[in-house]
Design a protein. Structure first.
Length: 579
């Protein structure tokens, strides 16, 4: 019999049967008979340039921009003229105030938004354009050259099919490379209102490309229903908390929702965290064109950021930099995802947030993938479980979760296994990749490829299944060793991979690549000894410790262990070892 984990009070949820744009731009949903939540009125500033907040977009302006871009794309490029879910537009851009309008405008025209990582090379982008059969590429100024070269590699007329999205103050435009055409039209096009449940479920309005940390990216297809459900479900606990606050204190005034856009919108964290979630919660996003640590500190403080989601590698910097206390003193809600965070780092980073606030801030660990439209676990607002550090948050309403072994048998509590998900949040499959889609599903359950465990009723993420190392029959999770390394006072970053044992290629020897603050003050042997004192004997860094200047990462901050494995092969060849 299956052991299925569900939300304790909301195993199912009635999702609004609306298309994404009507849901966000035109609806208000009551929380109870006494309190109706208004997502965002027309005058609210939804998006602003962090460096120049006078360059901003209200909800009313965003609606107008959406309709104008929709008209321009339809009139000049026939986007949506061939029917819904057909015409794919690839977008490569850093953060800017017009990127939400481009996203919504493509969907309003009847097209499909296909997100490209801002770290893409011309070859990467060209491959995505070919696989995704894109008819148009939208780029910001910083990536216009990459888009031009990618279009040329695809045999396309770059001057015609590459548009440059410019959010500069007083110069908003969506012009062709040669400047002859502006798709930010003076006319508007209304989006199609959709309420048919089957159409909402089967639609494809967004393609996000998997991070590709272990192989080539796959196109994750997301529907109106997926995106509406994720936005609606993840807001439920915050809304219930608001109701309780209002019932306790009728004069209660919620703190304004302000966040900092620093992760790429090509990733589900950026798409949901900056375009969908804040709009539904009446929040303001201050945009950075790209992540940099000095800018993150500067603008978090300047704009008094109250809500913050980022990856563990950035929370590690927050934990280790005293300047973070002042920069993040207004934080009331914080969360992380994309990789496991252990209890020590979670406590250390949480201690830097919300100084002077009404109550301590604890970073909540969400877990999810592009294939699950983002989070399927989240920490409820107001949760006070002091023993939950290091664990994932509870399962969201409307989500079912299993943990199984290699034979798809449910494991007992305390045993590790692969996490499976069944929910309205799960993708219907990968774009034009039936083999990958079939491999990802078993009897209606999505196989996430993540290894997890339940202890005392709490979920813990171990690592990606493909990343787990094997040493003398024992399993070693690189993420666990990385979290141990993060706690060393000299370590700024770390990544662990396995290298084959020279005398027994079937065994993986853990090797750590480490960035330290001063190589003259710590040795590789000291780092190895630090780990040795804190983990079991079979988890020792038998593959060695290598100091590096930086850890390769993808655009959202995940360690690219495959790049380090290639480096390890070169290092072992140079020392005469054979893989």
């Amino acid at each position: 019999m299956s052991r299925i984990y569900r939300h304790p009070t909301k195993p199912t949820v009635d999702i609004p049967q609306l298309d994404l744009l009507t849901f966000l731009f035109g609806q208000s949903f009551p929380l109870n008979s006494n309190f109706s939540h208004r997502e965002a009125d027309d005058a609210l500033v939804l998006h602003a340039d962090a460096a120049d907040p006078s360059n901003r977009v209200t909800k009313a302006t965003l609606r107008s921009l959406t309709q104008r871009i929709a008209h321009g794309l339809r009139a000049h490029f026939d986007i949506g003229a061939h029917g819904p879910n057909t015409d794919i537009v690839t977008v490569i851009s850093g953060g800017q105030v017009l990127i939400p309008a481009a996203f919504f405008g493509i969907i309003a025209a009847g097209g499909v938004y296909s997100a490209a990582s801002p770290s893409s090379t011309p070859a990467d982008l060209a491959r995505q354009v070919r696989i995704g059969t894109s008819r148009l590429v939208i780029a910001d100024r910083a990536h216009a050259g990459v888009a031009r070269e990618a279009a040329a590699q695809c045999g396309l007329d770059a001057d015609r099919v590459v548009l440059v999205l410019d959010s500069s103050p007083g110069r908003w435009s969506l012009k062709s490379l040669d400047g002859s055409m502006d798709a930010l039209s003076d006319q508007t096009l209304e989006w199609e209102r959709v309420t048919d449940p089957k159409t909402l479920e089967e639609s494809v309005i967004t393609i996000l490309w998997s991070s590709g940390t272990t192989g080539l990216p796959k196109g994750v297809q997301l529907s109106h229903l997926n995106l509406v459900a994720e936005t609606y479900i993840t807001a439920l606990s915050a809304r219930e908390w608001l109701v309780r606050e209002f019932e306790t204190n009728p004069s209660f005034v919620p703190t304004p929702y302000r966040t900092l856009g620093h992760l790429p919108v090509s990733h589900i964290a950026g798409l949901f965290g900056y375009i969908l979630g804040p709009m539904y919660s009446a929040g303001t996003v201050f945009w950075l064109p790209r992540y940099s640590w000095p800018d993150l500190l500067r603008y978090a403080e300047r704009h008094e950021i109250t809500v913050f989601y980022t990856v563990p590698s950035i929370f590690l910097r927050i934990a280790k930099d005293p300047a973070a206390v002042r920069a993040f003193r207004f934080i009331e809600g914080a969360s992380t995802g994309a990789a496991p965070m252990d209890a020590a780092l979670q406590r250390a980073a949480s201690a830097k947030l919300g100084e002077g606030g009404k109550e301590p801030v604890r970073i909540g660990q969400t877990w999810g993938l592009s294939e699950t439209t983002g989070a399927v676990t989240a920490m409820p607002r107001g949760d006070a479980d002091a023993d939950a550090y290091g664990s994932l948050s509870p399962v969201l309403p409307g989500v079912e979760l299993r943990i199984v072994d290699e034979e798809m048998r449910d494991v007992e509590e305390g045993e590790e296994g692969e996490l499976l998900v069944r929910s309205v949040l799960v993708t219907r499959g990968y774009f034009r990749n039936e083999d990958a889609t079939r491999a990802a599903f078993r009897d209606g359950w999505f196989c996430t490829g993540d290894v997890g465990v339940v202890r005392e009723g709490r979920f813990y993420l171990v690592d990606r299944k493909k990343e787990i190392l094997k040493y003398k029959g024992q399993q070693v999770a690189p993420a666990e060793l990385e979290n141990v390394l993060f706690a060393h006072p000299r370590v700024h970053e770390a990544a662990v991979i396995g290298v084959p044992a020279p005398d027994d290629p079937g065994n993986d020897l853990p090797r750590a690549y480490v960035v330290v603050d001063d190589r003259g003050k710590v040795t590789a042997e000291e780092i190895a000894e630090y780990v040795r004192a804190r983990v079991a004997p079979y988890k020792q860094l038998r593959g060695g410790v290598v100091f590096v200047d930086e850890i390769p990462k993808n655009a959202v901050g995940k360690n690219l262990r495959r790049d380090l494995r290639e480096r390890a092969k070169r290092e072992m060849r140079e020392t005469g070892a054979k893989l």
